[in-house]
Design a protein around this ligand. Structure first.
Ligand SMILES: Cc1cc2nc3c(=O)[nH]c(=O)nc-3n(C[C@H](O)[C@H](O)[C@H](O)COP(=O)(O)OP(=O)(O)OC[C@H]3O[C@@H](n4cnc5c(N)ncnc54)[C@H](O)[C@@H]3O)c2cc1C
Ligand code: SF4
Length: 406
């Protein structure tokens, strides 16, 4: 079937298929799926509600635990998380937890349910720097705890990599807009196009500050410095999202990297019309970091994937690779070379202790007790659902610091 970049790639469940899928659940007593969800979205509980046709109850469970549940339903690499824990795997195949969660959050949206609300007590003002998943979840949790939260975001729109990285065919912008609107309706103030460089001026106005600035910049390799054919994958993805897919694409593309970002840019360019897209990864096939869904989409769209090769030299648009284990080499020429080899943080100016883009924290608190940190800058885990877990836990750490009960 021909796919469109703007059309959601995975089809949703229907009322019939979601009931069929929920009926496969074994209703485990100690539910390993729930233990395996970093954000504690509690799939065992919401799937049980779906099984008994209690969709409202399911939506309440999902949303109370995860302020970005509709996003997670679409982008979580579930085979490494909740589905990996699913006991049904021992019989045939794990339950499609992400797709059930998507059905439940679509239902919540269709019914206009308002589940998250501001806490009644006036607990004071907290500032959050960065509106990616860590900042958004922290904003929701702190608001539920009664704080007045202001989120400062340097970009025009909120969402971090959810907005400017993950492609439209996996996470449609309207889904993200609704998630952010729900948080705004709780009473959170969003100040966009405001890059915070120095935290000192905020310290007198806000009782606590949470840094959630993520790893906002793509990494490059010395081999490709000043190479006019080379571009960073995250820059290409941001351009595609910004123009809603209306960009001219190169005929042939060589992508270096084997993670989700490499597969995202490969599939996006294929969907947008590039004739030949080749991904070359240092990892061998069995250790690919990209999720199975991402690999599936890339393969279905005829992306060529070559594993186990690392680049050793570049001459204009011609790149030579050598195999990591074998005595073998390979040279590929393409109109465009795209680097998808990871992201890095810029923590300069914040005055917090950090090493290699990771802020030094104890229980999310930095050396300066008024400043906390969460998301990609506290851990190299780099998943949306992990950023949500950190955002939630950091909010509770701030609450405890400000004298609230845990
Ligand atoms: C292309 C791509 C695809 C991905 N796909 C997946 C996926 O499918 N599944 C998954 O689980 N994870 C995926 N990830 C990883 C995931 O998106 C990140 O781990 C997650 O977004 C990290 O959240 P965060 O809140 O820490 O930071 P970010 O999402 O990076 O958000 C940080 C925010 O802070 C803002 N900011 C930075 N500095 C300042 C400043 N000085 N002042 C004000 N604002 C500032 C930034 O503009 C940004 O909006 C993907 C990442 C990329 C790049
Ligand atoms: S949030 Fe993600 S990991 Fe957790 S149950 Fe939902 S789909 Fe699974």
């Amino acid at each position: 079937m021909k796919k469109d970049y703007r059309q959601e790639y995975e089809l949703p469940f229907t009322p019939l298929t979601v009931m069929h899928e929920a009926a496969r659940c074994l209703l485990c007593y100690d539910a390993p799926c729930s233990k395996a969800c970093p954000a504690q979205t509690d799939p065992a509980k919401f799937i049980r509600s779906v099984r008994f046709r209690n969709f409202k109850g399911a939506a309440e469970t999902v949303r109370k635990n995860n302020a970005l549940a509709a996003v997670c339903a679409r982008v979580c690499p579930t085979e490494k998380l909740c589905r990996q824990g699913c006991s049904r795997s021992g019989i045939d195949r794990p339950i499609e937890i992400g797709k059930i969660q998507r059905y439940v959050t679509d239902f919540e949206d269709a019914c206009g349910m308002k589940i998250l609300e501001k806490g009644s007590k006036n607990s004071g003002k907290v500032a959050i720097i960065g509106s990616g998943p860590a900042g958004l979840q922290a904003a929701a949790t702190l608001t539920e705890l009664g704080y007045d939260v202001t989120v400062f975001e340097k970009n025009e729109k909120c969402g971090g990599w959810l907005r400017y990285g993950i492609p439209e065919y996996r996470l449609p912008s309207p889904v993200l807009d609704k998630e952010i609107n729900r948080i705004a309706q709780m009473g959170v103030t969003f100040v966009t196009k405001r890059e915070i460089k120095d935290l000192q001026p905020l310290k007198s106005e806000f009782k606590a500050i949470l840094l959630a600035t993520g790893a906002s910049y793509g990494r490059t390799l010395p081999l490709f410095e000043n190479n006019k054919y080379a571009e960073l994958a995250v820059d290409v993805l941001a351009k595609i999202k910004d123009k809603n897919g209306k960009i001219s694409v190169p005929e042939s593309v060589l992508i270096i990297g084997g993670g989700d970002v490499a597969m995202d840019v490969a599939t996006s360019l294929k969907l947008l019309g590039s004739r030949s897209v080749t991904v070359v990864a240092r990892e061998q096939a069995f250790e690919f970091p990209a999720s199975s869904e991402e690999l599936k989409a890339a393969r279905e769209n005829c992306v060529s994937i070559i594993d186990g090769y690392t680049p050793v030299s570049a001459d204009g648009n011609k790149v030579t690779f050598k195999h990591v284990a074998l005595d073998a080499g390979l040279t590929i020429k393409a109109d465009k070379i795209i680097l998808a080899i990871g992201q890095r943080a810029d923590l300069e100016g914040f005055g917090v202790k950090a090493e290699n883009g990771i802020v030094h924290t104890v229980g999310y608190q930095t050396d300066d007790k008024q400043i906390f940190a969460a998301g990609d800058i506290v851990d190299g885990d780099k998943l949306v659902v992990s950023a949500i877990k950190y955002g939630k836990e950091a909010a509770h750490a701030i609450h405890a610091y400000l004298g609230g009960k845990q």
